[in-house]
Design a protein around this ligand. Structure first.
Ligand code: PLP
Length: 368
């Protein structure tokens, strides 16, 4: 039976579909009549092997992943993986160079980490602050780079790509942690995609890596063995103990996505939910202000200020308190940017977004 729950607009760990939580609850103490929980299950058992292969099969189906790509389930989160990317890929070419398109906190951190291992060319927006994507015609990319890196959705700033960066044949790498499976993606255009699970595909603990086979095997000597794609790929992600429970939860979420129409259906709903909020911001006569350029406003994380462009601290505090009274939580913007941020990942329903929209309208009327 579905229960009334707090509406969680958190950026991650984020809301999970209620049916997934109920399913996990139902099987929690006695998975598949084994008399044990998945939490207690050996990663070498045939039952876990089924969970792992179900997760991989569903992912391959949902994203139509070509056969020449490996799917890995690793630990270390998004941060572990943006560290693993240069360790595994910067050696693809002798020069050990890579291009990083920096559009927010996460690509900035990734570029800084990569600087430890090679020569990094950073493309940045001209303006201070991350509110847009630099015009692609202004990017100076290095044709002999091992790869071009970008973050397809900057979670902190709400900046999302709605186009595929053109790299003239250089391997494309994307951090999709906060918009993974929120829309269809042509995997064949990428060399590598990674995503931490705790936003759109499950809970913290597992990070998915989808990597083209021919890119595997150029790892730097200093790469920790658990991050070595060759080692993990040849061990089917079981070189060491994987996060069994997180992979199990992911398999349930993937099944939920499949049963709800796949990535195309997710994209439609995410557009509907985010448009609802952006429309209110746009019609508020400057009472709500989203700092992000129209062309790259994220459908996953909607950041906005209340009262003015810079944000009125007292009004924003009042907004958050009122939201909490209506059962809506985790709307506070990231501590580095302030203001409000509504995260509208796949599991956030249209009704959840409608509740926020109704509150924003009421708050506007009462405080404008
Ligand atoms: N990349 C993106 C886009 C993120 O949003 C985050 C976390 O929010 C990370 C990377 C880092 O993930 P983790 O905290 O799992 O290391």
């Amino acid at each position: 039976m579905a229960q009334k729950r707090t509406i969680n607009f958190g950026a991650g760990p984020a809301k999970l579909p209620q049916s997934v939580l109920l399913e996990a609850q139902k099987e929690f103490l006695n998975y598949n009549n084994l008399g044990i929980s998945v939490l207690e299950m050996s990663h070498r058992s045939s039952d876990f092997s089924k969970i792992l292969s179900t997760a991989e099969t569903l992912l391959r189906e949902l994203l139509n992943i070509p056969d020449n790509y490996k799917v890995l389930f690793l630990q270390g989160g998004g941060s572990g993986e943006f560290s693993a990317v240069p360790l595994n890929l910067i050696g693809l070419k002798e020069d050990k160079c890579a291009d990083y398109i920096v559009t927010g906190t996460w690509s900035e951190k990734a570029a800084k980490e990569a600087e430890k291992y090679g020569k990094i060319n950073v493309v940045r927006p001209k303006v201070g602050g991350y509110t847009g994507i630099p015009e692609p015609s202004s990017w100076t990319l290095n044709p002999s780079a091992s790869y071009v890196y970008f973050c397809s959705n900057e979670t902190v700033h709400g900046v999302e790509y709605n186009f595929l960066p053109e790299t003239k044949g250089v391997v494309l790498v994307s951090d999709m942690s906060s918009n993974f499976l929120s829309r269809p993606v042509d995997v064949s255009k990428y060399g590598l995609i990674f995503a931490g699970a705790q936003k759109n595909v499950g809970c913290a603990g597992v990070t998915v890596v989808i990597v083209r086979e021919d890119l595997i095997g150029h790892t730097l000597n200093e790469c920790p063995v658990v991050f070595n794609y060759k080692v993990q790929a040849s061990n089917n992600s079981l070189y060491n103990t994987p996060p069994v429970f997180s992979i199990y939860i992911m398999s349930l979420v993937l099944e939920w996505i499949k049963n709800n129409g796949g990535t195309a259906a997710m994209a439609k709903l995410n557009k509907e939910k985010s448009s609802m909020i952006y429309d209110i911001i746009g019609a508020s006569n400057g009472f709500y202000v989203c700092p992000v350029d129209d062309a790259c406003q994220s459908r996953m994380n909607v950041p906005f200020r209340v009262g003015s462009k810079e944000g009125d601290e007292a009004l924003e505090k009042k907004f958050l308190e009122g939201a909490s009274q209506r059962g809506m939580i985790a709307l506070k913007g990231h501590r580095s940017v302030g203001g409000i941020r509504a995260s509208l990942y796949n599991a956030v329903t249209v009704e959840d977004a409608e509740a926020l929209a109704a509150y924003m309208k009421d708050f506007l009327k009462e405080n404008q």
